[in-house]
Ligand binder design. Structure first.
Ligand SMILES: Cc1ncc(COP(=O)(O)O)c(C=O)c1O
Length: 381
């Protein structure tokens, strides 16, 4: 009898089940009544009519898809406009938009390093950075979390070597911030480049939501490159890399996830551009998201829960085990509250958490109800 080539999948599946780590897809209704604190729609823009109308209008004008790589089928005026306005808003010379934030990180990390160079990557960085480091074939030093001195020591151990330091601005699991000014100084002293993944900073940090690089005074610094997603605060889909015109031109010529990928869909570009303009008109949204995060943290910890003090709009609440986290999230959902549930292997430190999104559009009543629901459903002990 021949052996089934996929028997090993059942073995792995059993192993996941016994560790409480099974992932399943849940259906989501278009008109769900759930109060959503699980997504990354920090400013509550994804369903604003102005944004969805812009998506529909862009699709009508430019088509449902980008039809090919922008290097093959051309770069639309919509892409150019979005890149110009993103760069100007965040304070960089130029920008390049890609089909996802994931693709943008792969593009930036691989284009800015090579087999002979050194990458210093924070231990808490997002999976897309981890994958970018692997694809780059550069030597990658994993640096202790948010520790600029450790980064400096690693750079010092490699004098004269081409180096790229890469960090999330706001770490996606715990919502804590990277020490950007100290990292930038270590980079300057070594002649290293700094790549900042500002997925969770754009729209929340900096004046009017201009992001973590602007907040740290690093926007437009020739040695600094920022990566953004259009899929969180801007309520759309896609990613971008921001930097000097020289860096962006280098990406157009060398970044495989730009060259060999269909361009950002017109609807996503149109929605992101409308959201960016809305943020320009409503700069108070950024401060409101931060204030909601502070309130959630204060009230949850006052009730005895353990949560990390948020530096932006991610609030992370500790759970005693993966199983307890899963049950807690399910109980919240049954009560009408959507919360994120992070378990290994998504969390490298093995600690399971509920992850809450502090949305700028939450009312005071919704915040109070969300806190009460999380507290009432919390695991005992
Ligand atoms: C820190 C960070 N970087 C990159 C990404 C990838 O962005 P996207 O979801 O737009 O592909 C995410 C989102 O999941 C993220 O949290």
């Amino acid at each position: 009898m021949t052996q089934d080539p996929f028997d090993w999948i059942d073995d792995e599946s059993r192993r996941r089940a016994s560790a409480g780590l099974v992932r399943t897809l849940r259906p989501r209704d278009a008109d769900s009544e759930l109060l959503d604190l699980a997504g990354n729609d920090y400013l509550g823009l994804t369903r604003r009519p102005e944004i969805t109308d812009a998506a529909a209008e862009a699709a009508r004008r430019w088509g449902a898809g980008a039809t090919g790589s922008r290097l093959v089928t051309g770069s639309t005026a919509l892409h150019a406009e979005l890149e110009r306005e993103l760069a100007a808003f965040c304070g960089f010379e130029a920008a390049l938009v890609l089909s996802s934030g994931y693709a943008a990180n792969l593009a930036a990390v691989t284009a800015l390093s090579d087999r002979g160079s050194l990458i210093v990557s924070d231990a808490g960085n997002h999976a897309s950075i981890v994958d970018g480091c692997r694809l780059s074939r550069a030597e990658t030093a994993i640096s202790p979390h948010a520790d600029a001195e450790a980064v400096r020591k690693t750079l010092d151990a490699h004098p004269g070597r081409r180096a790229l330091v890469v960090t999330d601005s706001v770490f996606s699991v715990d919502g804590d911030a990277a020490p950007l000014p100290a990292l930038a100084q270590a980079c300057r002293d070594h002649g290293a480049a700094l790549l900042v993944d500002d997925a969770h900073g754009l729209g929340v940090l900096g004046e009017g939501g201009r992001g973590a690089t602007a907040a740290a005074g690093l926007a437009g610094d020739g040695g600094v490159v920022a990566m953004l997603t259009l899929s969180k605060s801007l309520g759309s889909q896609g990613g971008a890399v921001l930097g000097s015109a020289r860096v962006i031109d280098h990406l157009v010529n060398t970044a495989r996830t730009f060259i060999f990928d269909t361009g950002l869909a017109p609807a996503a570009a149109g929605a992101a551009l409308a959201a960016l303009r809305l943020l320009g008109r409503e700069p108070e949204l950024a401060g409101r998201a931060r204030a909601v995060a502070g309130t959630l943290h204060r009230r949850l910890t006052a009730q005895g829960l353990t949560a990390v003090r948020p530096d932006a709009a991610v609030v992370s609440v500790r759970a005693p085990s993966p199983e307890a986290a899963l049950q807690w999230a399910a109980d919240c959902r049954a009560a009408g509250l959507g919360v994120g549930c992070f378990r290994p292997p998504s969390v490298p430190d093995g600690i399971s958490r509920l992850r809450l999104t502090a949305r700028a559009d939450l009312t005071d009543e919704q915040i109070a109800w969300a806190v009460a629901t999380i507290v009432e459903t919390a695991p005992v002990g």
